[in-house]
Write a protein that binds this ligand. Structure first.
Ligand code: NAD
Length: 456
């Protein structure tokens, strides 16, 4: 064997060892998910469904993660009356400095700071002057941080997705039930102007009996994924390890609200398939210098993942994920009933009623007077001024603070957090098994039949 052959064979050996390693973690992850689907964990407390927050005069907020999203949301939180930011945490000192400056500029009191190391968030969670902790960190940190918050007696709100594994979803549910603390999912897309208007219209029966929904997170993130900062540091990694839908909740949240998922209906099973994974390779070819370590990566996640969900009432939901090809932003946000349908991007509605033209969509504005949501009527002006994502970010935090101050139950509880996030690991399982159906866990343990009002 020549020296060259020897080098080659060693390289080949290393390559196959890496592939075997990836396969092993993949199989371990899938096996664990299957195990939990076959035998869900025992409950560790009573249900948190419909449990009200204790009333607070002022909401004292702790924030873990002041990166792109956490810092962006800071101004929204600070604009809400009756809220005070008492503590912040991030391992990036630069982000901490930016946050402190912004708080000072707003004329607010400086919060306590936690930035010593990756576990310093545990010290923030122990503070007595924090009621609610907003967690805006990379996905793998969501569950340990939420668990630490609840174990220390704090309610928390998780950025999306709440968890990336079946195990993580159950851990959130069981910890919330055990500690009697809420674990909300901060799904801002549920608070968009059109989403809330359509929710009101659906509740009033405008679209008739619901049949089918379509939703997605189709957003070209190739540039962000390839940056050497912020999400570029961690969000590309799952593409080298898994194949499925990593970001289901922006699409599913609103459609699930229309359908009353966990409020009389529930997801039963899902089938999923992925297209080839080509987008990140083509982008790297064009944009990434040849000596960049990213060239060692192998992308496994199909650019377009499509899942179909069947609900207990027999309805269907198509759910897509595509962040690696050039395309305009689209969450689809479609809901079809027996009397008509709504479809977003741009928003348009068709209702079979007196005066409607056959087969012709009209703008949703036609229904504004009748169905605009009360939250948008009350806070729409401020929301548009503060601006994040067309105002939905402000409406969401305004509502969270309202629920905490008035002692209401949260709009989106731990059961929504788990149900909307779990298509992540379930889609991976279905794709890996040739698109076979995968049954959803019932995180509510039978309580989904409670037909409580959505966002009441
Ligand atoms: N709802 C939305 O519209 C929306 C938009 C963007 C991002 N997000 C979500 O927000 C979350 C954060 O995303 P991002 O864009 O801000 O990412 P980012 O990388 O910009 O910020 C994450 C921050 O977390 C910090 N961090 C990491 N590990 C930590 C630890 N152990 N302790 C303390 N801080 C730690 C990082 O230093 C960084 O500042 C993700 O879950 C993402 O999916 C949601």
């Amino acid at each position: 064997m020549s020296q060259h052959d020897d080098k080659l064979s060693r390289r080949e050996l290393l390559k196959s060892a890496t592939i075997a390693g990836t396969a092993l973690t993949l199989n371990t992850r899938l096996a664990k998910a299957e195990e939990l689907l076959a035998e869900p964990p025992a409950p560790s407390g009573a249900s948190m469904m419909n449990v009200k927050f204790e009333k607070l005069n002022t909401v004292r907020l702790g924030i873990i993660g002041v990166g792109g999203r956490g810092l962006g949301m800071l101004s929204e939180w600070m604009a809400v009356e009756g809220l005070e930011v008492t503590a912040i945490c991030d391992i990036d000192k630069g982000q901490i400095d930016k946050t402190l400056k912004r708080i000072e500029k707003a004329g607010k009191k400086a919060p306590a700071v936690y930035s010593k190391n990756e576990r310093d968030f545990e010290n923030l969670c122990k503070r007595d002057d924090v009621d609610f902790i907003y967690i805006a960190t990379p996905w793998d940190w969501h569950v340990p941080m939420a668990v630490a918050a609840m174990n220390n007696g704090k309610h928390c709100g998780l950025e999306v997705p709440a968890a990336t594994t079946v195990e993580g979803c159950w851990e959130l549910v069981n910890t919330s039930e055990k500690t009697r603390r809420h674990c909300m999912i901060m799904e801002n897309c549920c608070y968009g102007w059109s989403e809330m208007l359509v929710l009101n219209a659906v509740k009033a029966g405008l679209l008739g009996s619901l049949l089918h929904g379509e939703c997605a997170y189709n957003h070209d993130l190739r540039a962000i994924l390839n940056e050497n900062r912020s999400e570029g540091i961690w969000r590309r990694i799952p593409h080298t390890k898994k194949n499925g839908n990593f970001y289901p909740t922006h699409g599913l949240g609103p459609v699930s609200n229309y359908m009353g998922i966990n409020r009389g209906d529930k997801y039963e099973y899902l089938v999923s398939m992925s297209s080839p994974a080509l987008g990140l390779n083509e982008y790297r070819e064009k944009k990434v210098p040849k000596d960049d370590p990213k060239w060692k990566e192998k992308y496994l996640c199909g650019d377009m993942n499509t899942s179909l969900i069947k609900t207990n009432k027999g309805r269907t939901i198509m759910l897509q994920h595509n962040i690696t090809t050039p395309r305009p932003y689209d969450r689809i946000n479609l809901i079809q009933g027996t009397k008509g349908l709504f479809r977003d991007y741009p928003d348009r509605i068709f209702v079979e009623e007196e005066g409607s033209k056959e087969e012709e969509f009209v703008s949703l504005k036609k229904y504004q007077t009748k169905y605009e949501h009360e939250l948008w009527q009350a806070a729409g002006e401020l929301a548009r001024k503060n601006g994040g994502h067309g105002g939905m970010d402000y409406i969401m935090v305004y509502r969270v603070v309202q629920c905490l101050r008035e002692g209401l139950a949260p709009d989106m509880d731990v059961y929504d957090a788990a149900a909307w996030s779990v298509p992540g690991p379930l889609s991976e399982l279905s794709v890996a098994k040739g698109s076979t159906p995968v049954k959803f866990p019932d995180f509510t343990r039978g309580k989904w039949q409670d037909t409580r009002n959505v966002m009441a």
